[in-house]
Ligand binder design. Structure first.
Ligand code: ADP
Ligand code: MG
Length: 227
C-alpha cells in the first residue's frame, strides 16, 4: 500500500503540474509566432517565406499538442459523477491504514447521516483526503488519534480532520498552501497546495486551524449543488 500511496502522490503532482506547464509553454509560443509574423511583414524576399512557413507549421503543431495536453490535465465535466464522499473517505483511510499503524495513529471516522451524493471527481477527492490524512499522521510523531467527521450542514458537506499532532506556528499556517513550503526533510511542500486546488475546483473551501503542541484541524466545505 506504500507503493500505491506513492503512485497516488505522483499522479497528483503530474496532473496538477501538467496544466501549469502547458499554460507556461503557450505564452512564449504565441510571442514567437508574433515576432516571426513581424519579420515576414518587413521582408518580402521569397526565399525566407518557405522557412518561415515551416516554422509556423511547427509552432502550430506544438500549440495543438499543448492544447491536447491541457485537456488531459484539467478536470473536465465528464470526469464529474455522483460521488459518495463517505465511501471515498473510507477508501482513502484504507489505503493509509498501514502507514497509520506504523506511526501508532488510530483513525476514527464519524458519519452524521444523511450524506447526499454530490457531483465530484472521485479520484481528485481521494487525492485531497489522502494528502490531509498523511500530513496528520506525519504530524503525530509519538502516535495519537485522527478524528474525521463528515456531515451535511447548510447545503454543504463539511469534512473535518482533527489531529493531535505538533501543530503549526502562525507563520507556518500562513504558508501551508504555498507551493514548496515544507518543514520536512523529505517533504515536497505540494500536498496542501494541490488539495486546496482540488477543493476549489469543486467550488469548495479549505480552512486550516492549528495550535503548536495541540494539533491541527483541516475543514473542507463542499457545496452539495451548484456545479
Ligand atoms: P509536505 O507534507 O510535503 O511537507 P504539504 O503541502 O502537505 O507538504 O504540507 C506543507 C507543510 O504544512 C508541512 O511540511 C507541515 O509543516 C505543515 N502541515 C501540513 N499539515 C499539517 C498538520 N496536520 N500538522 C502539522 N503541520 C502540518
Ligand atoms: Mg504532505
Amino acid at each position: 500500500s506504500n507503493y500505491l500511496l506513492q503512485q497516488y502522490e505522483k499522479m497528483n503532482l503530474v496532473s496538477e503540474f501538467a496544466a501549469s506547464v502547458a499554460h507556461e509553454i503557450k505564452n512564449p509560443l504565441t510571442i514567437l509566432k508574433g515576432f516571426i509574423q513581424l519579420i515576414e511583414i518587413s521582408k518580402q524576399n521569397k526565399a525566407y517565406t518557405q522557412y518561415e512557413n515551416l516554422i509556423f507549421s511547427e509552432i502550430d503543431r506544438i500549440h495543438l499538442m499543448v492544447n491536447e495536453f491541457l485537456t488531459l490535465a484539467k478536470p473536465s465535466e465528464e470526469d464529474m459523477k455522483l460521488t459518495d464522499l463517505h465511501e471515498a473517505l473510507q477508501q482513502s483511510i484504507r489505503l493509509l491504514n498501514a502507514h497509520a499503524t506504523a506511526h501508532h495513529v488510530t483513525i476514527h471516522l464519524e458519519k452524521v447521516p444523511p450524506i447526499p451524493l454530490i457531483q465530484a471527481i472521485e479520484n481528485k477527492m481521494k487525492q485531497a483526503f489522502i494528502n490531509i490524512i498523511k500530513n496528520a499522521i506525519e504530524a503525530m510523531q509519538g502516535g495519537g488519534n485522527l478524528h474525521i467527521t463528515i456531515r451535511k450542514w447548510n447545503g454543504n458537506i463539511t469534512i473535518q480532520f482533527a489531529d493531535e499532532g505538533c501543530g503549526m506556528t502562525e507563520e507556518e499556517l500562513r504558508k501551508v498552501t504555498t507551493p514548496f513550503f515544507t518543514t520536512k526533510t523529505d517533504g515536497t511542500g505540494l500536498g496542501m497546495m494541490i488539495t486546496n486546488n482540488i477543493i476549489k475546483s469543486h467550488d469548495g473551501e479549505m480552512e486550516v486551524e492549528s495550535r503548536v503542541g495541540e494539533g491541527t484541524k483541516v475543514s473542507l466545505i463542499i457545496p452539495v449543488s451548484g456545479q
